[in-house]
Write a protein that binds this ligand. Structure first.
Ligand code: GUN
Ligand code: ZN
Length: 439
């Protein structure tokens, strides 16, 4: 980690091509008034917040970083990712339920060990920043200590992070199952100690309906009802075999989503990963509740789960954010995720613009999480979570940029070709937290 004494200063100015959004771009719109592009500007940051942007070079009272010719974006927001799954990323040959039993549950069981949890959380948070992700909604494991480790690692870096101990009291191996009473006590204690501390927030975290008893789902719903500032995160309708299993386990429910709705888990701060196998009634319920789907294209492709219907969500008026879902997803890069999202939509004959993708990874997610006054844009007053990127990092990308004729063409080529190697710096609340090694 960088030395905090050198990484935190009062006044910082970053020069580069500033790109962010002032509104939501329309589907298919390659020219959009929602895009704000300020080429070769200085972004001004004072005491951790963005205070403005200008073309003139600020005076020597500012610590100036001249990144002319580079791209400056708000830090990415990953709305669904698993801290303990770096150990199982890129595991061969399974769909969701086998993947969980074969690889994921055994790996997560090891996070009962506090030292393992701490090392895992440190590696994970550093890896987020190395990918330009400055805010995230994260699953740890069922172990209280894994949530503690994640909160502590994020807090040390001043990051916006939402997480909470995973609830799973059935259909899980020894060492990864909790029970309703202990889980409730752990949640209450974690909420008291971490929710609202600095930039941290607690999410009531139900793994998914098959691994929680109805009693545990009811308990989770009661926690949400007791404090409407809590988030809720879970998985929904990811895989066809999983959906069938939920039907058997909850025969009275109208749908998989309805299991959560009936337990009081569908609300404005609910983040539900996947939603590949939803119907129109589900999408209407999502819109009504204000909950969001964390679309995870890399994971959906890798685990063979299915193709998410983004335009159906859009038509229903329900919110969609973007997520890596590592380790079902194969990269922590939100850029790789955007490129995968484009390809998933292409399979349905739809076209995801660079604007829609970038908006979903920044301001759109911030809005969906009710955090748009803090993160997601380069607007004055926002916390300075900002990343500096190379427009191109190799000869092929450089050539592609040279011949691009419009801003959208450049942005789309960037989103399709770039990855973590393009990241030059990541700033969190005005402090430099990741710097590309030179050489
Ligand atoms: N459903 C329940 N748990 C998981 C998980 O860890 N990853 C994914 N992709 N889906 C899940
Ligand atoms: Zn997941």
């Amino acid at each position: 980690m960088l030395n905090p004494s050198t990484s935190t200063v009062g006044r910082v100015a970053l020069r580069g091509d500033l790109l962010d959004f002032t509104a939501e771009p329309g589907w298919g719109e390659v020219e959009s008034d929602a895009v704000r592009f300020r080429p070769d500007h200085w972004l001004l940051i004072e005491n951790g917040r963005i205070t403005g942007a200008q073309t003139a070079e600020p005076d020597a009272s500012w610590q100036r970083h001249d990144h002319r010719g580079k791209l400056i974006l708000p830090g990415f927001i990953d709305t669904h990712v698993h801290m303990p799954q770096l150990d199982v990323i890129a595991s061969y040959g399974t769909e969701l339920l086998d993947w969980l039993n074969t690889y994921t549950f055994p790996a997560e069981t090891r996070f009962a060990d506090p030292a393992h949890s701490q090392a895992g959380a440190e590696l994970f948070v550093a890896a987020l920043l190395a990918n330009g992700t400055t805010a995230a909604v994260v699953f740890p494991t069922a172990h209280k200590v894994s949530a503690e480790a994640l909160f502590a690692s994020a807090r040390q870096r001043g990051m916006r992070l939402v997480t909470g101990k995973v609830l799973q009291d059935r259909h899980s191996p020894d060492g990864l199952r909790d029970d309703v009473v202990q889980a409730r006590n752990d949640c209450i204690d974690l909420i008291r100690r971490w929710h609202g501390v600095d930039r941290l927030a607690y999410a009531v975290t139900v793994r998914f309906a098959p691994t929680s008893t109805p009693e545990q789902l009811a308990m989770a719903g009661e926690l949400c009802a007791a404090d409407p500032t809590l988030y809720m995160q879970t998985h929904v309708a990811e895989n066809r075999a999983e959906v069938e299993w939920v039907k058997q386990l909850f025969p009275q429910a109208r749908s998989y989503l309805d299991v959560y709705a009936s337990a009081g888990l569908l609300h404005r701060r609910s983040v539900l990963a996947h939603g590949v196998w939803l119907d129109d009634a589900d999408r209407a319920a999502l819109r009504q509740s204000g909950a969001q789907i964390a679309h995870s294209p890399s994971s959906n492709l890798f685990l063979g789960s299915g193709l998410f219907d983004w335009t159906a969500s859009l038509a229903s008026g329900s919110a969609v954010s973007l997520a890596t879902d590592v380790g079902g997803g194969t990269s922590l890069s939100m850029i790789r995720t955007m490129a995968d999202a484009y390809k998933v939509q292409a399979m349905a004959g739809q076209r995801l613009t660079a604007w829609k993708a970038l908006h979903s990874a920044t301001l759109g997610s911030a809005h969906a999480l009710l955090l748009a006054d803090e993160i997601g844009s380069l607007e004055a007053g926002r916390v300075a979570d900002v990343c500096v990127w190379d427009w191109a990092a190799d000869p092929v990308a450089k050539r592609r940029m040279e011949v691009a004729r419009s801003l959208h063409e450049r942005a789309f080529a960037w989103m399709t070709l770039a990855d973590d190697r393009n990241l030059v710096q990541a700033w969190v609340a005005g402090a430099l937290r990741h710097q590309r090694p030179s050489g």
